[in-house]
Design a protein around this ligand. Structure first.
Ligand SMILES: [Cu+2]
Length: 507
């Protein structure tokens, strides 16, 4: 045998072995990368319902709430104490509730060892009260934002928004609901008894390492943290007994990175009645509703006496390519909550055929300005978030059309503070029913372009920005965020307070 031949044989065997090892490793990683809890959840703990927050009404009619951010321990499983954070308790927070037209004030006390903020997600309010990264609350300090609630009935929520640490603060347990009521929705025949036929469903994914949370990202973790189990309202393996024919579920995806596609194993249809910012014009029948982090949906489900029904999150075929589906969570499935219907159910009124009118313009007509947002993990429109830089200046009282595009090869979503917007188009087409209600957050898998109509009629404040960002919190923390101010006509944007020193460093 010639020397060359021997070398070639050795070389080809080495190559074969390497290919086999790499191939085997990849097959092993691929096969183990999808997560499923379907059929494996015991459903042995009664679902906790976050208590309604106590409030007092002052002489001037202001409704005052108290929230305290604090560290504690939570027993998700008996005998195992997990270090967690919460509002007025060890995990999550009470449900705040106020009516349209009411003046509210929230005294937010930070009893943590580090600074944080509380952002009112979905709320229309002055920029200084928004609780974004410019309204940091130091340890031991109290921040007391006040505003007048002026928007339709909706399921909103609150959570920290400190720049660079939002993922961590939310994952530790800082989140809660803020329900807005109004006179019109109170008259509608919708299930509305809180905790009875109107259930809050705050869904989060978690992973445990012994008693402690494991917040580490997977090795392909460019989306952020993806857990292997789900909590509802902080309850692991939750079930809930229900006694009414129609049950309204106020679904909130409070996970940091995971997107869910909710439905029921028997494929039953349910009625979508509300999206992020409130009621649809009419109920929409569907069997799946997809929610990315920060999004909400209110659905009404019909129960049959004596049955047990699982709320499940199914694999998602619109999530991206095979790689993203497998390693980014799109192939995952979860048994989230079991509803146990009593043997005799109270009859419920039929759902109304009309629910309300959208208060958001459709973007047709005069004085419309367009803007474009290109979503990339490296930054929106090619720029990293910078606290001292105002990216967009919007004139109060105007309607704009924003075109948001994701061609970044991974899923993102897009959240805008202060406003509820209307989705005009998804990839050039009329949006599906699930995107026809008021929205403040939308899911954009790779290859999606959306056109949104937004109306800005809050108070002008050229010096205090609102945020727009990806609500996959790791992406937000990485700088996938920008700032806009609302100004009076002809006014210019100022420099965000406290950041003047950095305003001219060229970034
Ligand atoms: Cu993102």
């Amino acid at each position: 045998m010639s020397r060359i031949k021997r070398v070639l044989i050795v070389l080809s065997s080495v190559v074969t072995v390497v290919v086999l090892i790499v191939g085997g490793l990849f097959t092993w990683l691929w096969a183990g990368a999808d997560v499923s809890t379907v059929g494996k959840v015991a459903f042995d703990k009664e679902l906790a319902i976050p208590p309604l927050a106590r409030s007092s009404v002052g002489k001037d009619g202001t409704r005052v709430f108290d929230l305290r951010m604090q560290a504690g321990e939570t027993e998700f499983e008996e005998g195992r104490k997990t270090p967690t954070w919460g509002f007025n308790g060890s995990y999550l927070g009470p449900t705040l509730r106020a009516e349209r037209g009411e003046k509210v004030r929230v005294r937010v006390r930070n009893s943590l060892g580090e600074a944080s903020t509380v952002h009112w997600h979905g709320m229309h309010l002055p920029a200084r009260m928004d609780g974004g990264p410019h309204q940091m609350v130091a340890p031991g300090a109290t921040w007391s934002p006040r505003w007048t609630v002026n928007q339709p009935a909706a399921t909103l929520w609150y959570h920290p928004h400190p720049h660079g640490a939002t993922e961590q603060h939310v994952a530790r347990g800082l989140a809660g609901l803020f329900l807005v009521d109004d006179k019109e929705s109170a008259k509608l025949a919708l299930p509305k008894e809180y905790g009875v036929d109107d259930l809050p469903v705050i869904v989060q994914d978690v992973r445990f390492d012994g008693a402690e949370f494991d917040h580490d990202h997977d090795f392909m973790g460019d989306l952020g943290f993806l857990g292997d189990r789900t909590l509802v309202n902080g309850t692991l393996n939750p079930y809930r007994e229900v006694h009414d024919e129609l049950i309204r579920l106020r679904l909130l995806n409070a996970s940091t990175a995971r997107t869910y596609d909710f439905g029921f194993p028997d494929g039953r249809a349910f009625a979508l009645v509300a999206t992020d910012g409130g009621l649809l014009e009419r109920p929409a029948s569907m069997d799946r509703v997809q929610l990315s982090p920060g999004e909400r949906a209110e659905i009404v489900v019909r129960m049959r006496a004596g049955e047990r029904v699982t709320l499940r999150s199914f694999p998602q075929d619109n999530y991206g390519d095979a790689w993203q589906r497998r390693f980014g969570g799109g192939d995952d499935s979860f048994d989230v909550l079991e509803l146990r219907a009593a043997d005799r159910l109270r009859p419920s009124a039929e759902l109304p055929s009309a629910l309300g009118e959208l208060e958001i313009p459709d973007g047709e007509g005069a004085a419309v300005r367009g803007r474009h947002f290109d979503l990339k993990l490296s930054g929106i429109n090619g720029r990293d978030m910078e606290m001292s830089r105002v990216d967009e200046t919007v004139t109060r009282g105007t309607t704009e059309v924003w075109t948001v595009r994701n061609s970044n090869g991974m899923p993102h979503n897009f959240h805008v503070h202060d406003v509820q917007f209307r989705v005009l188009e998804v990839n050039g087409k009329t949006p599906p029913p699930a995107l026809r209600g008021p929205k403040d957050t939308v899911f954009l898998p790779h290859g999606t372009t959306m056109k949104l109509a937004l109306r800005f009629d809050g108070p002008a404040d050229p010096d205090t920005p609102y945020m727009y960002h990806c609500h996959l919190l790791y992406h937000e923390d990485q700088g996938m965020m920008g700032q806009f101010v609302v100004v009076e006509k002809g006014q210019r944007a100022g420099i965000p307070a406290g950041h003047a020193a950095h305003a001219h460093d060229g970034r």
